[in-house]
Structure formats: structure tokens, C-alpha cells
Design a protein around this ligand. Sequence first.
Ligand code: UD1
Length: 419
Amino acid sequence: MEKFIINGGNKLCGRFTVQSAKNSILPLISASIIKSGKTRILRCPKINDVIVMCEIIRSLGGSYEFDGDVLLLDTEKVSSWVMPKQLTQEIRASLFTVGALICRFGYASIYMPGGCNIGERPIDIHVDGLRAIGVNVTENEERIFSGNRLLAREVTLRFPSVGATENLMMASLRAKGITVLKNCAKEPEIVDLQRYLNLIGAKISGAGTGVIKIEGGITPCKEDVEFLPSSDRIELGTVLYAAASVGGELEIESEEIKNSDFISKLFKNNACKIHNINGNIYYIGFSRPAVGFGRVATGPYPEFPTDLQPQLTACACSSVGVTAVIERVFPNRFAYVEQLRLFGARADVFANACIIEGGRLHGAKVTAGDLRGGASLIIGALSAEGESEIRNVSHVDRGYYKLEDKLSALGAKIRRERY
Ligand code: UD1
């Protein structure tokens, strides 16, 4: 097991390079199955979730290797549609392989996927959507999907689920005619998936809006393809909330800065200064302490992202003023708050809301219980006075590549130790 030792109070200053988006890369790895051949994914972080997805591809008959930060996937020899039980149960995104396997083989078999401990994560929207286009689903401990002949239909999702939108985009490529998905998720990772699928020969339009049209019955290209996913807005947001907690000056290259509502919220409420230096390069100055955020409610894109809720909460803990955070995507996503309280944070959870009264934090020994909750503990420790210890950081490694090195380069006092 590994832990971070952090001495808080240091400003974050310097240049930060944002990795490609984890939540784009994971469905892209699945989608590479559709093509049968080589896909190169650029600027790919070697985070644990990516490795698990690649191992799933290997266990299905494909192969992968890293060349620096380029991930080379070869899915030509993928021959199985039975997902490996143990790997599937390690990661929720394994579920997104179902749509790709149905597209290529007409079949998929999967055990209930695992993933972050952030509350109930049913798959009924995936199952209902797939059934609507003609997939037969047998629901025992192992779910078997069979859909040789699919029907191009109009399908309305009960909730704009990111994963269900992705699965349906991929599966419906097998259905001849035009499938219309309504009430889709609009996240940037959906736009990335459309870009990739169109690159390999699909005809999909509408990603980023609530209605996506998929022309089915395509023959995917055989040529090698290369793809650059969009940058990771959650990694970016994590570092911005960390800097807002401790103060500092960052230079960041990311197209996300001008697009993201969560960033404008940060600037409106915290008197950060931002200048566009050149192209996508921005200078951002943070003065400490941050001002409380008022009321923030998470929701589907473009609303405030649930994956940044714990980081915003941590930042609010060392701010001046009161913040009310309402979680509307994963109502139980507040398990980490108990750990933040060990830093002296004044934060109370009421059902799906957390009320935070900002103040000074002190060092503490805490334990990460999930990926983004773990990131929030790092923010808490960076802004606390004295030394802190964060155990179980393998959760953080699932989504951030060498975060301690990136933060150290900005001046944070953070190191990794075994225990
Ligand atoms: C993706 C992201 C995750 C992010 C989430 C919401 C990846 C790898 N993961 O997860 O980081 O937190 O979007 O932005 O991209 N739901 C159902 N039934 C279903 C599916 C979902 O009730 O069949 C519910 C979930 O329990 C949750 C909500 O819908 O309350 C949103 O889930 P969804 O958008 O599907 O999240 P994921 O795609 O799993």
C-alpha cells in the first residue's frame, strides 16, 4: 500500500500540462474493438484505469503497448465477446465495452462492473436502451447481450447517462438505418467518441447536443488511425481548486479553460485573475484565502460536474464564507467528508447536500476511499497547516498520472511512501 505525506501551506506556481481525458480514453479503448486494427491514442496517461481497460482488450484477444505517452492498441485479433470477470469488476468503464462488442460480434457477456465507491450504480438505462434497438438481454449474475439483427429506432434515455449514451452510440452502428438517441449526455467525452467513430468510418452527428443520429450498417476502416482526445477537465479542475486553496500562479495550456462553466464559477467567486497569453495558454493568479462558493449543484453537462464536487468541497473548507453543495448525480457521493473533518473542516452532510463553513485546516492522518474523494483529501492537506498523511492512494492513481510529481513541480511538498 502507498500513502502521500504532504506538508501544507505552499503556493502552487509554474506551468501545468493537462493529460488527455480519462473519461474519453476509456470508452475510446472499447471503441477500438469496432475497427479491428490499430489505433494510436496520443497524450495518454498511464493511469490504472487505462491499464485495466487495456488488459481487458488483451484478454479478449487484442494487444497494446505504450510508446512514451502514445497508447497503441491492436484489436485485429479480438475474437472473444466474453468479458473477463475479475478485470470487469475492477472498473465501471468496462461496461462501455458491451456496445463495441455488440457492434463487432452481435454478442457481449459481462459480470456486473465495479468501480469507484460513490453509491449505487445501476445499469438499467443501458439495458433498456439496448433492448429498444433489439438486443436481447439475459440478466443473471452474468449479463448476456445478443443482438445480431438490430433495429434502427428512436430511443429516449430516462436520464442523460454518459455510459449509456456511449454504449448505444456504438451498438447502434450495427443497426441498418438511422438510430436517433434523445435526451443524450452532452459531455465532451461524447463528442470525442463521435469524432473517433467517424474517423473509423461511422456517420454520427449531434454529439454535444441532446439528440444524436447514428447511421448504422457501416464497414469500419482497416487503416491505422491516430486520435488526440480532449484534455482532462477534471484533472485541470483538480489543480485549479488546489491552487485556489493555497494561492499561487499557474500557466496552463488547455482549450477547456475558456469552455468550462466550473472554471468561470471559480473565477467569479474567488477573485482569481486570468489572462490569455497565447492560443490555449493561460496565466491564472490565485490569492488566498478563496471566497466561499455560495450554492453549487452538480448535474449533467454543462452543469457543474459531479467529478469535481469533492475538490470544490475541499477548497470551500479552507475558504472564507459559506458554501452549500448539492449532489444531484450520485446522491451519496459525500463519504470523503468525514475524512475532511479530520483536518478540522466544518462540513456537514444532510442527505444529498453538504454545508461548509470555511476556516483554517490543520494536518491529519486520513484515508482515501475513492478516486475524486482522494483528490479532495490532497487539496485539504495542501491547504492545511503542518504535516498530513493520506493512505490508500491507489484510488487516486486510477485517474491521475503521477499527481505527486506534477504538484511537486509546482512547489507543493508532497511525497509518496510505502506502508
Ligand atoms: C461517467 C464517468 C464518471 C462520472 C459520470 C457522471 C466515465 C468512465 N465515468 O460515469 O466519472 O461521474 O459519468 O458524469 O466516463 N444511472 C442509472 N442507470 C443507468 C446508468 C446510470 O440510474 O443505467 C444513474 C447513475 O446511478 C447516476 C447517473 O445515472 O446517478 C449518472 O450516471 P452515468 O452518467 O451513467 O455515469 P457513468 O457513465 O457510469
